[in-house]
Design a protein around this ligand. Sequence first.
Ligand code: COA
Length: 132
Amino acid sequence: MAIEYEWRGAFEDEEANQLHAEGFDHKYVNDDWNEILARLSLGWVTARDRQGLVGFVNVIWDGRVHAFIEDTLVANRARRQGIGKRLIAIAVQESRAAGCEWLHVDFADHLGSFYFDACGFRPTDAGLMQLR
Ligand SMILES: CC(C)(COP(=O)(O)OP(=O)(O)OC[C@H]1O[C@@H](n2cnc3c(N)ncnc32)[C@H](O)[C@@H]1OP(=O)(O)O)[C@@H](O)C(=O)NCCC(=O)NCCS
């Protein structure tokens, strides 16, 4: 099935909310994704097939040299076909093109083979604090 990828591609908030709820296994939440991304993102990547939004990743940044991967999502119906890997590859390319020097990501242990082996990140020490 042909997938179309787009950096800063247009999408409806509802599509992103559905994908997020499915991907992170929570109830549907009515977030205003387009408004949030317009304020806070370097960019994002959309992946579409004939049924609609099938993949998404958000790239936030510090306005200078650090970019951060957030919310890598592929719909259940299309997993393990290389879509997630391609989303990250485009995020890498566009972050580099924007002048960033570092791309960060954090993730649960079971996704090590996705981020390290498939996407090319290397392990590093990092810190995380739950605030609420
Ligand atoms: C993580 C996620 C984005 C991967 O998307 P995907 O399109 O299925 O990934 P790809 O097909 O590009 O995977 C490439 C390789 O990464 C590895 N990989 C992908 N998903 C994996 C998983 N869930 N567990 C372990 N390895 C995985 C595999 O080696 C895979 O190659 P293979 O299929 O030939 O074995 C997708 O599973 C998802 O949306 N998960 C729910 C949301 C989530 O947890 N996002 C990450 C937040 S940090």
